[in-house]
Design a protein around this ligand. Structure first.
Ligand code: BGC
Length: 322
């Protein structure tokens, strides 16, 4: 009996002190070297658009002695992102940069972060009615409106438009679509025929395009609202090989999109500045760590790029949309 008690007691002491030692060590390794531990939660770890945000964030983090952790799901997955967000709050990191997500659970987690004094900056997509301390990214409604104006300006005659969105439930996609619809509603000759989802993959966008053109052979214009959609649309069109090549409008300036514009397969693309978003998001986070007042809305620029403004894969200039 006594032996048993001694064993239980020494086991408990071992676990307690073991944990303490581990905790102290862990803290020391990050805290001694860096001033702050900031987490950037991405929509998809391997996505090229998000790598640009990551690069901007890393460069700015270096300037401020910040340990920047870049984490997220392999494939876009809101549930996994919410779990990661929750885990990072419990880990008591110094700040979290995350894309705004739809639904109450996200807002509840924003409240939880706030209660734990962990500032959150929304990047790429805003949830204005939440506890986010700042938003850094495109004005997505205006960018969609600019896309609509671009299509109006670039085309003549009746346009039957098929749209490929990244994710139906992504707030930035919804805002872009709303802006686009409002812009084309100002002219009679442009009709939105149908919308499909790509799951933010090239293959998904190609399949969506295939199905749009098959179901609605009158479609003569296509608009992709996220970074890989334009590339997938061009692939889908090539596969379907319609008698007249449609007008294609893309989003973002990934190298393949620029190449397809130079080859005249994509007519134009709406420009975002993801590197700048990452950089500015970290900068805002630094201000928040210093308890400074931060401007809540920090819109990065947008513009339109066409063949004339690209040379050997490089953008020469992009006209500001607004
Ligand atoms: C959007 C991001 C999205 C990405 C997908 C971009 O246009 O702003 O929210 O993750 O496309 O590739």
């Amino acid at each position: 009996m006594v032996g048993m008690l001694i064993f239980v007691l020494s086991f408990c002491l071992m676990v307690y002190y073991g944990k303490e030692t581990f905790y102290v060590e862990n803290k020391a390794t990050t805290e001694n070297v860096y001033d702050h531990h900031i987490v950037l939660i991405t929509e998809e770890v391997g996505n090229d658009y998000w790598h640009l945000i990551e690069n901007g964030a890393r460069d700015e983090a270096l300037n401020h002695n910040i340990y920047l952790e870049y984490i997220g799901p392999k494939r876009s997955d809101n549930d996994e992102n919410l779990q990661t967000f929750d885990r990072m709050i419990s880990a008591k990191v110094d700040g979290i940069i995350i894309q705004g997500l739809p639904g109450e659970r996200f807002k509840n987690l924003m409240d939880k972060a706030d209660e734990n004094s962990i500032p959150v900056v929304n990047v790429d997509t805003d949830v204005p009615d939440s506890q986010r301390k700042a938003y850094v990214g495109t004005d997505n409604y205006q960018a969609g409106f600019l896309a609509g104006q671009t299509l109006i300006g670039d085309t003549s005659g009746d346009q039957f438009v098929g749209v490929v969105v990244g994710m139906f439930d992504a707030l930035n996609q919804q805002d872009r679509l709303k802006g686009f619809k409002d812009a084309i509603a100002t002219v009679n000759r442009i009709k939105l025929v149908a919308i499909e989802e790509s799951n933010i993959t090239e293959i998904g966008a190609a399949q969506a395009t295939y199905s749009l053109l098959k179901q609605y052979p009158n479609i003569n214009a296509l608009f992709g609202t996220s970074a890989l959609d334009g590339i997938g649309i061009a692939q889908g069109v090539e596969e379907m090989n319609p008698t007249t090549y449609p007008y294609i409008l893309a989003f973002d300036t990934l190298p393949e999109t620029l190449e397809l514009i130079e080859q005249e397969k994509i007519a134009a693309t709406i420009v975002q500045y993801p590197y700048e978003m990452g950089r500015l998001a970290v900068l805002k986070m630094v201000e928040l760590q210093q308890k400074r007042t931060v401007e809540p809305l920090n819109y990065t620029n947008t513009g339109v790029v066409r063949k004339e403004t690209i040379k050997n894969g490089e953008i020469l200039q992009s006209g500001d949309g607004f």
